[in-house]
Design a protein around this ligand. Sequence first.
Ligand code: NAP
Length: 332
Amino acid sequence: MNHRVLFARIPKGVPVPEDFGFDSVPVPSPADGQFLSRTLWLSLDPYYRNVMKGNQLYADRLQPGDPMVGETVAEIVESKHPDFRPGEIVVVRNGWQEFALSDGKGVAKVDPALAPPSTALGVLGMPGLTGYAGLVYLGEPKPGETVVVSAATGPVGSTVGQVARLVGARAVGIAGSADKCRYAVEELGYAACVNYREGDLREQLKQACPRGIDVYFDNVAGDTLAAVLTRLALGARVILCGMIEAYSMDKPPAGPWLGPVVGARATMKGLVVYDWIHKQEEQRRVVGDWIRQGQFRYREDIAEGIASAPEAFCRLMRGENFGKSLVRVSAA
Ligand code: NAP
């Protein structure tokens, strides 16, 4: 028999075992073009919580009674697929069950000689790729820079921290216990690791990152993100990877909800106009030409006389101005 764990209902808050069910069905037989595999390892990933609430970011859709979805490492036991042989180990989305059929789409073979097969679900799999690609290609860490990562000892975070160290950056972890922090420093080679459950996180970050934070790889969002943002160095890069703090919430937390930034793969950048002074001449020329050609419009909200400045300013701050707020102090 094939023992399966089913999705029973959308959890309220943090999932509880009652949100799942169990059943047993006969082990299926492969049709032509399919193989049957026996699950060896099931990956548990935070994003399943989002799948359970129907988040559209993911391809997975669950109805009550469906076997839970998820990535697995499995051994092929019977095959009617030309590319797969019994005995081969593969990464396949069997979900939370002991056996499943596959048509081979999206299936990757695992070389057990490379590393233990379970790593294909962790540091050599999807979470590892997340940490590696996110840090290398979005974070672009440079030697000597300070890279901070939250959930520092998980598969994503431990990849980020170690890649940072190996490219010559200074890795600083944020983790949720003294044990995790000790492991981060002693085993993973973080220069420092702060425990956000003990003491003031901002103060701890100040101590651990005296020159500020050049790259922040965020796995949790919420208060941790808020604390890190106060310590960013000039030109810092912030990679929004995960928001686990919010996954079990029914409504997004207060403040701007950055979930859509992740979904849209968007980039947010700080802008200080003074960095662009060298473009002023270009801007005057380009926009000035457009104005003269009648292609570019502008509007001015003019108050008359210096005495009207306070009220005009207050109108501006109440949002009652309409166009560029100006005071005509004297006639030209
Ligand atoms: P993980 O680190 O093994 O597990 C989650 C960790 O998050 C926990 O151990 C805990 O570590 C920390 N955490 C902080 N606040 C939490 C809260 N309120 N509830 C539960 N855990 C909390 O997980 P992972 O697989 O490596 O994933 C890390 C993050 O990356 C997740 O947010 C995940 O969704 C995200 N992710 C994103 C992508 C993507 O494509 N953007 C891909 C994969 C994973 P501490 O005790 O140390 O805080």
